[in-house]
Design a protein around this ligand. Sequence first.
Ligand code: SF4
Ligand code: SF4
Length: 413
Amino acid sequence: MQTGLADFIRDTPEGDAAEAVLRKCVHCGFCNATCPTYQLLGDELDGPRGRIYLMKQMLEGEVAAETVLPHLDRCLTCRNCESTCPSGVRYSELVDVGRAVAERRARRPFAQRAARWVLREGLSRPGVFGTALALGRLARPLLPAALAAKVAPARPAGDWPPARHPRRMLVLAGCVQPALMPDVNAAAARVLDLVGVSLVEHARAGCCGALRFHLNDQEGGRRDMRALIDAWWPAIEGGEIEAIVMTASGCGSTVREYGHLLAGDAEYAGRAARVAAMTRDLSEVLHAERVQIAGLFAAQQRAPVPLAYHPPCSLQHGQQVRGLAEGLLQAAGYALTAVSDSHLCCGSAGSYSLLQPQLARTLRDNKLEALEAAGAPRIASANVGCIAHLQTGTGVPVRHWIEWLDEVLMQGA
Ligand code: SF4
Ligand code: SF4
């Protein structure tokens, strides 16, 4: 696509990044076919091709940022369009620029600014979120049903094995997961311990920066990224760990892009690239140990248990990791049911479900209909946000896949 960027952005790092993406797009529209918001709304401007064109016009000074912003807000950043695009257009890199520019040039209504501030400050700080969740759990019986459904009851984490192995890996605690689902990292630590790897959480390693970044506070997001690198760096530099493990695919998708996101920061670029290169999704780590894992499960004698799996967008589209968690679940004796449209987003998408509740609810209900079609009594996924969002719409237990694996191993222990 030919571009003629306006003076305010031409020959800037943002402008160059946008231009590089825009030039690759041939405007074919294949991506519209797999875009969840285009499917629901049927509006060209709420599909990737239309959003790309809108951002181009905004960067060329032809369309006001106020016109563009609502269409970018409705984008889930699911990156399904990137998986579909035959020309390799990196939509996510363009939308990062588009959102930053639109946010600077448009004035949001007060209510929107306030809601975004509350989400940024509340969700990205583990202490604040943990306290709010604890109070919400106490008040749960008094809350309206719709709100009570969002306040998940506590699940005990269980034991975390002592760090007894020479092989060690760091795991991100994250911002909302420690309070919402502390059992996920503990289950990962127990399973990895059985294959000779000790998993270590760092006390000062909090939010990966995705939350602020995707709420268009990109500088705030980069601050969180630098803080996380600082917390991990002594263990990395000292050669104490062989990998950084992500149990939340949304965080993994962001940390794997640290090299790109901090490329313009002379002080942090090298360390950011090293952190990104060391980062693995939990399914990749356990897939590498699959021979040992298969041996552990071979000792378990049980009839196959039906289970429906939802691969998060941040895993299948963001990280392009597919099929590994499914293989591990099958090795553990779960019979995966067929799920239609498994490439589509469940509507969670970070804080999207709170900011775009109607679209998020429709996507959730469609996803649950597909997951429950074969009557499986268990649902699995790989990201804290997807799990919590899906659970608000069903009585079928939704857990991280590592928890279902852990359950099999602990029952046989
Ligand atoms: S992003 Fe890719 S699939 Fe979509 S219109 Fe552009 S070239 Fe076509
Ligand atoms: S990221 Fe997802 S919602 Fe956004 S344009 Fe691409 S496919 Fe559509």
